[in-house]
Design a protein around this ligand. Structure first.
Ligand SMILES: N[C@@H](CCC(=O)N[C@@H](CS)C(=O)NCC(=O)O)C(=O)O
Length: 208
């Protein structure tokens, strides 16, 4: 078995979390390197594209969260082998990436601009992505995004819904997913109830 090291920030959630969860579900040992935000400015320049996560496999590194999700999904049986189901899995992960990029663009705005930008996100793109992802879930039977079983797409959407409902995003109502896409909140609950995910958060502490 290859020696794995996943480097991401020292918090629950974000682009590194689905791979951490997939490896935990698959029972695959890996070095879980968590970079404190205080150390990031000194390390950013040494990364290929100035961002995390980074996966190291037997001393070689690769970046890009969804590619990493696919790789660990293949190692853990959490990425569909059927090409069409794999495309559906990719669709959900890339949709979350699209909306994540829009949200991240608001992070460093001055307060008044941030409020306006986030209110616009709530009325526009957030509502749209929640609605459409719910539709895509329902089109696959309502339980999972691809292959009628848990995949890395479910982990990625789960992490996103948790973030939206966390209360950590000022000006984003925490009940937005409940109002716009209740099936995604049920999906969040379903993923959270996976025994290995419950065990993961029991070990790593409540989501912060
Ligand atoms: N396209 C990259 C984006 C990586 C990225 O921007 N990661 C964020 C954390 S989720 C980051 O490193 N932010 C710190 C920075 O940009 O300095 C991916 O999907 O992995």
């Amino acid at each position: 078995m290859a020696k794995l090291k996943l480097t991401y920030f020292d918090f629950h959630g974000g682009r590194g979390e689905p791979a951490r969860l997939a490896l935990a579900i698959g029972g695959i040992a890996f070095e879980d390197e968590r970079v404190p935000l205080s150390e990031w400015s000194g390390r950013k320049g040494g990364t290929p594209f100035g961002g995390l996560p980074i996966l190291e496999v037997d001393g070689q590194i690769v970046t890009q969260s969804n590619g990493i999700n696919r790789y660990v999904g293949k190692l853990t049986g959490l990425y569909p082998t059927d090409p069409w189901q794999a495309a559906l899995c990719d669709e959900a992960m890339d949709a979350v990436e699209d909306i994540t990029i829009k949200m991240v663009a608001t992070f460093d705005l001055p307060e008044a601009q941030k409020k306006a930008a986030r209110q616009a996100l709530v009325e526009g793109p957030l509502r749209l992505y929640l609605t459409r992802l719910q539709e895509r879930l329902e089109a696959q039977g309502g339980l999972y995004f691809a292959g009628r079983r848990l995949s890395v797409a479910d982990l990625k959407v789960f992490v996103w819904i948790e973030h939206l409902k966390s209360g950590k995003l000022d000006h984003i109502p925490t009940d937005l997913p409940d109002r716009v896409a209740p099936r995604l909140v049920e999906h969040r609950d379903r993923v959270k109830a996976v025994p290995q995910i419950r065990a993961y958060y029991a070990t790593h502490g409540v989501r912060g």
